[in-house]
Design a protein around this ligand. Structure first.
Ligand code: THU
Length: 137
């Protein structure tokens, strides 16, 4: 089954990302982020940002969601929603990790109220991405 990104699925992903955001551990930045992704076969994974007193060791919500999915055997992703207070966009490191698993993934960028700010793709977020192909993979 190849999942179709309907408005219902968009809303579900954003709602799941909003819920995941409530679990964010962000005592240093106070900027809570939630993410939710769906595989082509319809499996869902969520993530939140997890900060650390040693600042650089924290991890973004998008990468938590992707790494959770990869650690469960998934490598293809149809769409990912990210929710922040103000509809902030994914950081460069998250864009690079997204690109590893395909440039076609749809990225939904929404705010804390669930309003969609932007619907884009990894290809648009990271033009000219360095990827597996550059290493002959
Ligand atoms: N953050 C994310 O979780 N995703 C992004 O794409 C941007 C930034 C987190 C990292 C840090 O915990 C906080 O937001 C402030 O940068």
């Amino acid at each position: 089954m190849e999942i179709i990104l309907t408005d219902e699925l968009r809303s579900k992903l954003i709602a799941m990302a909003q819920e995941a955001r409530l679990k964010a551990y962000a005592p240093y930045s106070n900027y809570q982020v939630g993410a939710a992704l769906v595989t082509p076969s319809g499996k869902f994974f969520t993530g939140c940002n997890v900060e650390n007193a040693a600042y650089p060791t924290g991890l973004c919500a998008e990468r938590v969601a992707i790494f959770k999915a990869v650690s469960e055997g998934e490598r293809k992703f149809a769409a990912l929603a990210v929710v922040t207070s103000n509809g902030g966009t994914p950081c460069g490191a998250c864009r690079q990790v997204m690109a590893e698993f395909g440039l076609e993934m749809v990225v939904l960028i929404a705010d804390g109220e669930g309003r969609l700010h932007q619907e884009t793709s990894v290809a648009e977020l990271l033009p000219g991405a360095f990827g597996p192909g550059d290493l002959g993979k």
